[in-house]
Ligand binder design. Structure first.
Ligand code: HEM
Length: 258
């Protein structure tokens, strides 16, 4: 009987599409949370920084925003509604996102996961549309100039965030937990690319003598690809069989105790 359970557990374990790699999953999970914390801190501090700029800009209400704040910052003031509709959802996404991905909290408070999931998805859609308005319609350095690179990167990022969230909703409505989880990971990875971009920008500005107009759009692409590549690797390593209802942690735990 014990032998039977053991072989069943091992069969379940090898059903991971990436094979049985419990230690790798565990180590990467820890590393992932450390990197994610850095990205969350980066994202939240830029939201706070931009919100306090906005507060100051509204208080002084300059006649010539470009003269007062410069070509880059003034866009946040001239696109006020889009900026507010970007910062608020961005804040919610960065606070709620990590909580949504914690399996223990999800299992214990499933009702809360569903409610906050709706707020998270609505924030994602709003953030993508407002990001599109700022970055694609009014990019830094102009749509027909160097800003075209940023405009296209933003259009791609917005569209793909939309697609990921739509796919995540579609799958969970059909009770396919695994694909729902995968599309949510992709969407979150893309939205946190905004923080990866900040870090890349800081690193390049400190080490290279490249114009900010070129760096801005390029780092957008780099961050999106980097985050998506990491997300796809993680998804592949943790994909469980069937409809994905069993979490990779449960399968690894079961295989270990068998
Ligand atoms: C949903 C997908 C998103 C897209 C497509 C997007 C796109 C953009 C774009 C194009 C800009 C303007 C960059 C410029 O100045 O030209 C921007 C700014 C900003 N975004 Fe997002 N964004 C998204 C999600 C987020 C999230 C989740 C956060 C949360 C932290 C966030 C935080 C910010 C902040 C703080 C700024 C202001 C940057 C600054 O102060 O320089 N964005 N975003």
């Amino acid at each position: 009987m014990k032998q039977n359970i053991k072989s069943q557990a091992s069969a379940q374990n090898t059903a991971f599409s990436a094979g049985s790699r419990p230690q790798q999953r565990r180590a990467l999970e820890i590393m992932g949370w450390i990197v994610l914390s850095l990205l969350i801190i980066t994202g939240l501090s830029s939201v706070i920084g931009r919100a306090s700029f906005l507060n100051h800009a509204i208080a002084i209400a300059p006649v010539d925003p470009i003269l007062e704040f410069g070509a880059f910052d003034s866009r946040y003031y001239t696109n006020l509604a889009a900026t507010v509709l970007h910062l608020l959802p961005g804040l919610l996404i960065f606070i709620m996102g990590p909580i949504q991905f914690m399996p223990n909290l999800r299992k214990r408070y499933l009702k809360w996961h569903r409610i906050s999931g709706r707020v998270y998805v609505a924030s994602g859609f709003t953030g993508a549309v407002s990001g599109f308005v700022i970055g694609t319609i009014d990019p830094f350095m102009g749509f027909t100039g160097q800003g075209f690179n940023e405009a296209m990167a933003t259009a791609f990022l917005s569209a793909y965030v939309f697609f990921c969230l739509t796919m995540a909703i579609y799958h969970i409505r059909n009770k396919r937990i695994g694909p729902h989880r995968e599309w949510m990971i992709r969407g979150f990875a893309l939205m946190t690319a905004i923080a990866t971009e900040r870090l890349l920008l800081i690193a390049f500005q400190a080490t290279l003598d490249v114009d900010i107009g070129i760096l801005f759009g390029t780092t957008f692409w780099m961050a999106a690809i980097l985050n998506l590549a990491v997300a796809e690797s993680w998804i592949n390593l943790t994909r469980t069989p069937g409809n994905g209802a069993a979490h990779w942690k449960d399968l690894d735990r079961r295989a270990k105790s068998a």
